[in-house]
Design a protein. Sequence first.
Length: 483
Amino acid sequence: MEFQDFEFFKNQCLVGGQWLSNGQSVNVLNPASGEVLTQVPLFAEQETQQTITAAANALPGWRAQAANERAKYLKAWHQLLIKHSEQLAYLMSLEQGKPLAEALGEIKYAASYIEWFAEEARRVYGQTIPGHGRDKRIVVSHEPVGVCAAITPWNFPAAMITRKVAPALAAGCTIIVKPALETPLTALALAALAQQAGIPDGVFNVITGNAEPIGETLTASTVVRKLSFTGSTPVGAKLMAACAPTVKKISLELGGNAPFIVFEDADINLAVEELIKSKFRNAGQTCICANRIYVQQGIYQHFSKLLAARVAELNVGVGTEPSTDIGPLISESAVQKVEQQLADGVEKGGQVIIGGKRHALGGTWFEPTVLINACEDMLCAKQETFGPMAPLFSFENEEQVIAEANNTEFGLAAYLFSNNVNVITRVSEALEYGMVGINTGVISTAVAPFGGIKASGSGREGSHFGIDEYTELKYLCYHISDQ
Ligand code: NAP
């Protein structure tokens, strides 16, 4: 079956329950072949305004529903994602390039947020607080923020959407999503399935198009009360400033530069396996990818050899082929960034022990690469790589590695490997990051609060904390008379 025949395939935008185009469109490409998959509409200011109106019109009806009614819609949507997971994964792999197994994993992960927040919808508990006088009673409730907007990236085309939309809908908000132009088809498929699940018109809208006018219209609007953004730090900072005049509530999930620290007493084989997952998943294009790998001196050589041997086994190819471990990078500029960091690393004394160049397949494939003798003044120590290159830094002691690991503007994820509970406790407490993986390279789950500090953003997604981002507290102060 061709992907165009999938029952959820859409190449128009969903606005107030209607599938719309505007006569202008942009190509959606397959990054593996450069082939045009389809076109999607290029919306701008006028269509964005129309969508804001649709989301505002849908708000009173949606927020008035009982929490268990909203939960029912979310559960139906969740089941449709699971039912169509194989086809959704195929579509995602086509437009994004990631291996099928990873795409399927992402669909299930994306669905898990919908299931989680369907359950959380019924647990948005308020409080009563002892009053400040005999005649006073205080009741606190969580109310939906209102109309929300979400701007999402291409690296996780499904999960970055459901972890915003599911809590928003659970809380009683309506939402407008603008996905990345590289991966709009997964977003539109999610919207088609939400519609099939019976989610009322205007509650969940998806618009594709020019980022700047859409972003400006959403942020300037006084009707939109919340912006949730996942993407790069410079764009996040710009949107944060644009939200200031209307004093919107905001959540920002931004870039990372994760340290991955391996102490001499660690289980080295485990650390190598977890590094492969953390570093090379999605060809290195995740915000929580290990970016700087710190290995203690005594095991540095042994670790490098084990890692290189394991990297040699990774199968580079087309994402939709089941045997592929590493797909193409999203764009030519993504490849150039890896090349630039690698050239800089080699110039400053680094040594490539495996990989190190564009892959023979051509296009935007890059060989999985290990660079040893990395040091602090290299670009790869300072910038997010977002590609399949693993630079190995050597360290002497705990104090040194903590200082180097924290020497970055970012604060999203960090990883540490040790079998000493004292080391684990001291180092994890000293790391200035929102999330720390201890003896594991896989930390994402719907049940935990995902997010960063410093230039990696603010706010959390997932867990019971995730729904707070879509509610405002209201407190009622009662005067109770004696009679
Ligand atoms: P990006 O360039 O910031 O784009 C992200 C989204 O913002 C896209 O939808 C993009 O639209 C839109 N956008 C760009 N400029 C805009 C503007 N001026 N106004 C409004 N919207 C604008 O980031 P990316 O390259 O797609 O994604 C990679 C980055 O995301 C990395 O830094 C990664 O670490 C970060 N990330 C963070 C997390 C997290 O949870 N912390 C998760 C995933 C990714 P167009 O596609 O149309 O340009």
